[in-house]
Design a binder for this molecule. Sequence first.
Ligand code: GDP
Ligand code: IMO
Ligand code: MG
Length: 417
Amino acid sequence: MVLGLQWGDEGKGKIVDVLTPGYDIIARFQGGPNAGHSLHMGKESYVLHTIPSGIFRPEAVNVIGNGVVIDPATFAREVEELEKVVPQIASKILISKKAHLILPTHRILDAAQEASKGADKIGSTLKGIGPTYTDKTSRGGMRVGDLLSDDFAGRYNTIKTRHLAQAGQYAGDFDLAQLELEFFDGVQVMRRFTLIDSEQYLNDALVEGRSALAEGAQGTMLDIDFGTYPFVTSSNTVCAGACTGLGVAPAAIGAVKGIFKAYCTRVGNGPFPTELEDGDGEAMRKVGREFGATTGRARRCGWLDMVALRYAVMVNGVTELIMMKADVLSGFDTIRVCTGYSVGGQTVTSFPYEFTADMKPVYRDFRGWRREIGDVRSYDELPAELKEYIEYIEKECGAPVGIVSVGPDRDQTIVRR
Ligand code: GDP
Ligand code: IMO
Ligand code: MG
């Protein structure tokens, strides 16, 4: 398992790409094109939305599991882009027949629901994620396996009619004919791929001794159950989500690698206790290039939240931590970590049910380091202040930091053990 411990964009794409050579199979288990996973290899950069981040390594098989929601139009665009550099891409991706399809009208419904929320908007990526998962759980969705049905268009039209009635006036804001054109073109592209019962495939592979890495999307603080509800996404982003999203038993999950940034970011609305709306936050955004990989929105930035991180380690059963973007903090005189939330004269040190305006972060300060670290390739050569920061985090979380990432490139990675 590799998953995000914060509000997404921790650097999952980079790390999955780095780890892929050690695995036969890379599998996505939840989320959809709301995800944007960036990979940098020398001069080349890619952002993946639906396709697993193992796609650039020649040996790996990439599985899109049943827990994922797929927009055929986005999928086709991604395939078209990658085909230029990934030979025989159709032989490298297997798609679960049980994964659900995002229809054009799901995107319209997403926009309609956000608009109706007024000031309480989630800040959704508007990719149709919420309405697609809603249809899945209310037993009215379309699945990838329907692509093989003679009555695909008939089912599509029945659901479209229902959606348009629900969307009402908001449907008028969209060029549905154009969206449908892209959707049906995408459907044709998907039909070129092998559609499988991925739970059977994965379990057989594990019995044969092949290894698999599950790639999370979003992050623990965006989990539908454990995140900052209602400002979350519509799937289980936590480790347990891989069991339902891939059809593998809990006992089959081995190492759980939890990724976190050396600070925090969030895109979209909702609580973010350590958010910095000052020069420090601006510096993090600028140096860390904190702009959404899917929507281009500026990411909110703030100090590391240890209360939230410990909570994420707990609900995921993290066995190893991976620290990203340590390089972005080079140059800060003081590095701050939130160790609790002060409210009514008390300090809360466990993750609260909800955040209220009177909760203020309590900080512990660490000495910063001035040196650039992008070229460092061994843990011992990192600045002493950074090592002190890392060792504090390990102690607080009760898990070792196995990888420290010091830049966006594949090569800017320090593997410790
Ligand atoms: P994901 O959604 O978790 O895959 O993360 P994103 O790709 O959305 O966002 C992470 C961003 O940070 C991307 O632009 C990465 O290229 C970049 N990145 C990843 N690791 C590092 C790092 O160690 N240092 C710096 N400076 N950038 C990094
Ligand atoms: P990756 O995989 C960061 C956020 C949105 C919004 C909320 C709900 O790249 O880490 P949705 O589109 O799911 O209805 O949006 O979740 N969000 C993400 N934030 N990274 C992501 O994915 C995200 N996917 C969704 O901004 O606040
Ligand atoms: Mg991202």
